[in-house]
Design a protein around this ligand. Sequence first.
Ligand SMILES: *[C@@H]1O[C@H](CO)[C@@H](O)[C@H](O)[C@H]1NC(C)=O
Ligand SMILES: *[C@@H]1O[C@H](CO)[C@@H](O)[C@H](O)[C@H]1NC(C)=O
Ligand SMILES: *[C@@H]1O[C@H](CO)[C@@H](O)[C@H](O)[C@H]1NC(C)=O
Ligand SMILES: *[C@@H]1O[C@H](CO)[C@@H](O)[C@H](O)[C@H]1NC(C)=O
Ligand SMILES: *[C@@H]1O[C@H](CO)[C@@H](O)[C@H](O)[C@H]1NC(C)=O
Length: 440
Amino acid sequence: MSFLHFTALIFFFFHYNLNIVDSSTAFVAPITRDQSTELYTISIYFKTPLESTDLLLDLGGKFSWIDCTPDVYTSTSHHYIRCGANLCESLASLACSNCFRPSGPGCHNNSCALFPENPVIRNSILAQALVDTLALTTTDGRNVGQLGVVPNFVLSCSDESLLLSLPEGVSGLAGLGRSNYSLPAQVSSVYASPNLFALCLPGPSTTSPGAAFFNTGGPYYFSPGIDVSSHLIYTPLILNPIGFTIITYYRHPSDEYFIGVTSININGKPVEFDHSLLTINDDGYGGTRLSTVTPYTTLETSIYTALIEAFVNESAALNLTVTEPVSPFEVCYAASDVYSMPLGPAVPTIDLVMHSEDVFWRIFGANSMVRIAGDDGDVWCLGFVDGGEKPRTSVVIGGHQMEDNLLQFDLVSMRLGFSSSVLVHNTNCASFNFTEEPDL
Ligand SMILES: *[C@@H]1O[C@H](CO)[C@@H](O)[C@H](O)[C@H]1NC(C)=O
Ligand SMILES: *[C@@H]1O[C@H](CO)[C@@H](O)[C@H](O)[C@H]1NC(C)=O
Ligand SMILES: *[C@@H]1O[C@H](CO)[C@@H](O)[C@H](O)[C@H]1NC(C)=O
Ligand SMILES: *[C@@H]1O[C@H](CO)[C@@H](O)[C@H](O)[C@H]1NC(C)=O
Ligand SMILES: *[C@@H]1O[C@H](CO)[C@@H](O)[C@H](O)[C@H]1NC(C)=O
């Protein structure tokens, strides 16, 4: 028997037993936008028997966590990690814990313990690490296929207190950060695939889900047959040497994704502010980060002030006059004064210029403006907020600015691929074909 056949046979048995397909397996999961919290939820399958499970999407999360409240958490495949085990060490566990309730998920003696975090209320608890079965839907980038299993997925338990302020119906958090135990890192390691994932967050005016792709650099087809991966441009991902988790991990760099924005242009004209704020200093301050748990882009005060002045100035040329602000926004225009275009309201463009002048992320009206309609009026407001004078990060790109944009996190080449608005290509993030429901 040739070596090739031998390998194929092993794969066959592997596949048969564990439902692990081959190393080219790509996965897709739906992302929904919660209207009341303006946060995003990713749906995966978890436990045995598999259960559809909604988790808060946290792009910068170190690891995932789930509510292990007894009765709520039932699964025949879960197990725990003993203190001192290699896996516990590599998880950078800071504690070992015992439990005096009946043993079950999240309750064992001599168990490796972690500090899961809620990034919205910035709270953390001590909880036990947990191992259980995860599954995701396979895809060819166009349609959905069978489920693929990630056995022995490592995460943390938590309790109900950590679900505070998260979207209704979520039972935990999916951490997509740079760490070895983030969801994409574990999925790629089980399938021996390059760690490459992509997010396409749905916009505010749809109930259809957006999509997260794992283990694939593309294609990513959205209706009517547009492969958005062909429209990506790239900029390096930058490592912040200092993490900013609630619990401090000594000498652990940040698990968040930073990029090298070098200037901000409005209608092609540079906004003037102190550009040293855009670099990360030795204490980990400054720079530009992407966050799915921040609804609107948040800027250090001097950048914010300069941006809104320049924006108001450029808008004046379009005969737009600011009206009463609607908190937390300061620059609003009567909706009746603003023209509607395929890329959203017609307002000046905002460009985030990267490492080179011809590499920029262009933000059109659909991503820069927020429609607020109520009894007091109907306005479009500039959806950027003031982050205060000495924030940890100078520019935090928030969810609203990422919606209907494809973002590819390539952890092999350490670069971010971005599309700018996919509305330009006559598609949107809510048009991936999720039609086929997988059999559990
Ligand atoms: C842990 O050990 C203590 C003391 O031996 C015991 O009372 C307790 O029931 C044990 N807990 C579990 C979950 O087994
Ligand atoms: C969506 O996918 C399903 C199943 O793969 C397929 O039958 C259907 O034709 C697709 N719909 C579109 C609009 O492509
Ligand atoms: C993550 O895994 C890689 C490859 O196995 C290893 O070289 C690296 O040290 C790990 N990182 C941490 C923080 O443990
Ligand atoms: C506002 O516009 C005027 C006239 O176009 C220009 O001279 C001025 O520099 C602009 N100010 C800002 C902050 O962009
Ligand atoms: C702005 O208003 C002036 C006066 O009403 C008009 O002449 C001009 O064409 C308008 N410009 C735009 C861009 O609508």
